[in-house]
Design a protein around this ligand. Structure first.
Ligand SMILES: Cc1ncc(COP(=O)(O)O)c(C=O)c1O
Ligand code: FES
Length: 401
């Protein structure tokens, strides 16, 4: 098969759609006003920001004044969690519930709050990467101010029972925030039906640019500022708006939430063919639940090889993928998500995430299935770790066949 470029890392980031780019471009050139200015050029821009706010609100089933634009998923997570902690502290509530496999934007914020005297419960996610509403209910205490649990995991794609978790939180009068950065555009979301009080999303995961995102905050929650210094975002988030990116986010999210079931059916078929093909590699396993899983997520561990080596070899063949998450791929530490499933370090290290979407084709799948197994075979033939595994576990070393 001829060498081709296959982008299979859509959980790391996505391409900006042509439509989103076209909508944004005039706001760099002709329509460069400051939305706070009162002359026409400024007001044009303020109108564009309002339209984008309506588009984001519609995509989530929220009200326009419940949407705040931010600089992305990490900022939204920080704002929601630190804001709720501040509100909770005033009422003497200094306990937070989250899971062991959240994105670092959530985990590191929680760890920071622990240093300030908060107590955090990190719920275990089991070997499938799922939590239950019952686990949340059992962990709620008198002094719990916030539950923050991601809608879909960025590494293994597992989808949590958000509506049930939200219901339990409301029963006990606890705020519920969800990091839906990986979920928006991939599963249908309605913040009211799903009992969500706060939700983080990020533009670059849904075909808008990097560095723009939003936080949904339910009416009635008076979240304190994360950034002070101006009246933007209804006095809550200072700083001149990133108008072109906000416009692009409005357009991109409107498209992203259209016809999700139909889009997913096609993506899921490709994903399942990938999984089936890759699991033919001896001593490989799929990480995370098979059913409650994003349609485009494949996460496999291949024993006896390093995830990093797999990535480099795949890159030479034109395939862009990821090992663990984008941040962890730069380091040699195994992913905290895979460790939270109970995988031994050795297995977690040999993990590969392929995240496809509706821009991928059946030919992409064919290509990955053609190039990956020989890469594994080659890497194993040079791996002292694989040799040791074969020797100690009496596995037939097929790389020598
Ligand atoms: C689940 C999750 N939360 C938060 C983020 C951070 O988003 P951003 O890159 O927009 O700050 C990411 C991106 O990797 C993510 O996957
Ligand atoms: S990009 Fe997701 S872990 Fe950093």
């Amino acid at each position: 098969m001829e060498k081709r470029f296959v982008y299979a890392d859509n959980s790391a980031t996505t391409r900006v759609s042509q439509k989103a780019l076209d909508a944004a471009l005039p706001y760099f050139t002709e329509l460069y006003g400051n939305p706070s200015s009162i002359y026409s050029l400024g007001m044009e821009c303020a109108k564009a920001v309002l339209k984008a706010r309506e588009q984001v609100a519609n995509a989530l089933g929220a009200k326009v004044n419940e949407i705040y634009f931010t600089a992305g998923g990490s900022e939204s997570d920080n704002w929601a969690i630190r804001g709720c902690a501040q509100l909770g502290e005033k009422k003497g509530k200094k306990h937070i519930i989250t899971t062991a496999f959240e994105h670092h934007a959530v985990l590191h914020t929680c760890q920071y709050l622990e240093k300030l005297g908060f107590e955090v419960t990190y719920l275990p996610v089991g070997d499938k990467g799922l939590v239950t509403a019952q686990q949340v209910e059992d962990a709620i205490r008198e002094d719990t101010c916030l539950v923050t649990i991601m809608t879909a995991n960025n590494e293994i794609g597992t989808i949590q029972p958000i509506a049930e978790i939200g219901e339990v939180c409301h029963k006990h009068g606890v705020w519920f925030h969800t990091d839906a950065v990986q979920a928006v555009g991939n599963i249908d979301i309605n913040v009211k039906d799903m009992n969500i009080d706060m939700l983080s999303l990020s533009g670059h995961k849904l075909h808008a640019p990097k560095g723009v995102g939003a936080l949904y905050v339910k009416t009635g929650i008076n979240l304190p500022n994360l950034i002070y210094g101006g009246a933007q975002e209804r006095n809550k988030r200072a700083g001149t708006e990133n108008v072109p990116s906000i416009v692009a986010l409005g357009v991109a999210i409107t498209d992203a939430v259209k016809d999700i079931p139909a889009k997913n059916e096609r993506v899921r078929k490709m994903r399942d063919r990938l999984i089936e093909g890759l699991l033919k590699i001896p001593e490989s396993r799929l990480n995370g639940d098979t059913e409650h899983r994003l349609a485009g997520n494949v996460n496999i561990s291949v024993r006896g090889v390093e995830g990093e080596s797999l990535l480099l070899s795949l890159d030479l063949q034109g395939v862009a993928a990821s090992s663990g998450s984008a941040c962890t791929s730069g380091s040699l530490d195994p992913s905290h998500v895979l460790l939270s499933l109970g995988l031994p370090h050795e297995v977690a290290h040999g993990s590969l995430r392929l995240s496809i979407n509706d821009e991928n084709t059946e030919e992409d799948v064919d290509y990955i299935l053609e190039v990956l197994p020989p890469i594994v075979k080659h890497l194993r033939s040079m791996s002292p770790l694989w040799e040791r595994i074969c020797r100690t576990e009496n596995i037939h070393d097929y790389t020598l066949d």
